[in-house]
Design a protein around this ligand. Structure first.
Ligand code: AMP
Length: 620
């Protein structure tokens, strides 16, 4: 009886979503009012002359659209000693670290109960729609989720990555139970201090509960692929552990060992079965359904920079459906995947109008080009005005602006910078870098930096397709290639090594302006040996695959130098991951940086130090 009551009432969730999205404009107005009322006392808002007004027109007239750069002078003033009593209405109890993989280092973002609630709302909404198509029974989920280090600041704030904050929250666990998606691993494994050990134990738990596993998931698809690549290496050791009922000595943390000891009993039949099943696979195809016969789907963010991993994931998944998880960021959630049936690459996200106030900057190519030509730094003054949620047009691309329930925890952050992190996992210098970013994450009309395309409407709320990060752009002069263009070029060139049964494990890029003229550098980590001849062809193919007119014309007149393909030693991207983990990022939130700028010195150094072979294009 109790068990029944805990299960989420999916029809009710869907009904609420339908009602809310039919009235998106009013819900947005109400949401903005609520945000402004809750934070009305904040100095930041008061200085902007809102004078208690909460309507969208006044808001847009008074509050500027900001990037983190715009806010740096304010931040500097505060960091230098001004103690303005500028607070959000609700206390900030926790600081989140964004993955930092897009800009080179994690950023502090305030995390509070409102953000937790919106997280759960998004999870419930997509689950409700998903469950209609792919119902799960009461079983377990093999979730590759990990914690980062959580620190407590002297002022009493907790700091950890956004996903860690979510996983630790008691509401999250309750919600997962209600969604029949409880993680099969004990907490000691999820919050284990070493992610490699946690990953091994997640795999072991999955195998122990193999019949009960209903879904395999992680926040981002990268972690799922990473986990099964690891399984390819350690599967015999896993079988040994199951056979003997004794955990490998590679797991050293006592809390993790004792939690695993409770689950692990000698089971030679299971070990033999797993051994047989894996031995019978051809090149690991269909590994997931073979190991987990009752799995209904595989779930995690699969769009954007995650698309690269889909090929490998499909290979492991065989005929098990892949469903992309929702769209959001450490600053707040945006939309839920309510059409789980569509092919993963075409996933759209329906915006939940009550979880934030959203605006959209229409992206008009010609305006951007003018800015580019004139070298005008003030892009926004040249750009069309942001439009509201219900004003966006089908087929057009926009940059997302978020106003969310989290705000500026001025005093807390200052206290945090000055007194926190004891023992400090960061140097003083890094704390200062982080603090600047924290201020930059002001959440009133904050430019998220993501480009989305409106694919349609669900009732009156738009369904967005994630296109790319706006700032991740390869550009030497008049050329302009996005993260998406890069991914497509890599996909095209990777077909050449696929013929040799090899794959691009991961990739990144860099614009090298040290050469004259500057040129694109593409970094590839490949699964095995590929001949020089084929790699030369891959390099040419990459160069030809950037079809942007500015790039092609510049290449033709040698205003951009030949594209360079640098093939990395195996394990290089693992080193990149380790670098971010060392900065406090969590594997669950990790996204390989697709374009490494010169300021991301450490990552660039790792990539450059691990080059096995270099090729220059002769395509032009
Ligand atoms: P973080 O800074 O770690 O919070 O990561 C947030 C960023 O991840 C977003 O701004 C997006 O660029 C990306 N992201 C989040 N959800 C998705 C999604 N469903 N599809 C594509 N990219 C996403």
């Amino acid at each position: 009886m109790l068990e029944k009551m805990e299960i989420l009432h999916v029809e009710k969730v869907i009904e609420e979503f339908e009602t809310m999205t039919k009235d998106a404009e009013n819900v947005q107005r109400e949401t903005l009012k609520k945000i402004l009322e809750e934070n009305g006392s904040a100095e930041y808002l008061q200085n902007l002359g809102l004078n208690g007004r909460t309507d969208p027109q006044s808001f847009k007239a008074c509050v500027p659209v900001v990037t983190h750069q715009d806010l740096e002078p304010y931040i500097q003033r505060i960091v230098d000693g001004a103690s303005s009593p500028v607070l959000t209405g609700k206390p900030i109890t926790t600081i989140s670290l964004s993955s930092g993989t897009t800009q080179g280092r994690p950023k502090f973002v305030p995390f509070n109960d409102e953000l937790m609630e919106t997280t759960l709302q998004i999870f419930r909404t997509s689950y409700a729609f998903r469950n209609r198509e792919f119902p799960v029974k009461n079983g377990k989920a093999l979730q590759f989720i990990y914690s980062s280090k959580q620190s407590r600041t002297k002022g009493g704030l907790f700091a950890g990555t956004a996903t860690t904050n979510v996983f630790r929250n008691s509401q999250f666990k309750k919600a997962m139970k209600a969604m029949q998606s409880q993680c099969c691993s004990p907490d000691e494994v999820i919050f284990g201090p070493d992610f490699r050990q946690s990953l091994y134990c997640h795999l072991l738990c999955g195998l122990i509960f193999r019949e009960e596993i209903q879904l395999v998931s992680s926040t981002f698809a990268h972690s799922i692929v990473h986990a099964f690549r690891t399984l390819e290496q350690v599967w015999e050791e896993l079988c040994d552990d199951i056979r003997e009922g004794i955990l490998t000595s590679r797991i050293t943390f006592p809390s993790v060992r004792s939690a695993m000891a409770k689950l692990l009993k000698p089971n030679p039949e299971l070990a033999d079965l797993i051994h047989r099943k894996i031995s019978g696979l051809s090149n690991w195809y269909g590994l997931i359904p073979e190991l987990f016969p009752n799995v209904k789907y595989i779930y995690g963010i699969m769009t954007g920079s995650m698309e690269h991993y889909l090929k490998k994931l499909r290979h492991y998944a065989g005929d098990v459906p892949l469903i992309s998880a929702d769209y959001g960021s450490s600053e707040g959630w945006i939309g839920a995947n309510i059409n789980p049936n569509v092919p993963t690459e075409s996933t759209t996200y329906a915006v939940l109008p009550n979880i934030g106030y959203f605006e959209f900057i229409p992206l008009k190519e010609n305006v951007e080009e003018q800015v580019h030509d004139r070298g005008d730094a003030n892009i926004l003054s040249m750009e069309p005005k942001p439009v509201s949620l219900t004003e966006v047009k089908i087929g057009e691309e926009y940059e997302v602006i978020v106003t969310s329930f989290a705000g500026f925890p001025f005093l807390e952050i200052i206290k945090y910078i000055r007194k926190s992190f004891r023992p400090s996992p960061m140097s003083r210098l890094e704390v200062n870098c982080f603090s600047l970013e924290a201020w930059g994450r002001g959440l009133y009309r904050y430019r998220l930096g993501d480009v989305v395309k409106v694919m349609g409407f669900h009732n009156s709320t738009p369904e967005l397709k994630f296109i790319c990060r706006r700032n991740l752009m390869l550009t030497v002069n008049i050329d302009k290639n996005t993260e998406k263009d890069l991914q497509q070029a890599v996909e095209e060139a990777a077909k050449l090594i696929a013929e040799e049964k090899q794959e691009v494990i991961d990739f990144s890029s860099h614009v090298d302006m040290w050469t004259d003229p500057g040129h694109y550098v593409i970094f590839w980590e490949i699964s095995g040996e590929v001949s020089d001849e084929v790699l030369k062809e891959c390099c040419n193919c990459l160069d030809r695959s950037f079809v942007d007119a500015g790039y092609v014309s510049s290449r033709k007149v040698s205003a951009i130098g030949p594209l360079e393909l640098r093939v990395l030693w195996r394990g290089t991207f693992q080193k990149v991951l380790d670098h971010y983990l060392g900065l406090g990022a969590a594997v669950s939130q990790f996204k390989t940086p697709r374009c490494v700028g010169p300021t991301n010195y450490n990552v660039l150094q790792i990539l450059c130090d691990n080059v096995a072979k270099t090729y220059f294009s002769t395509a032009f």
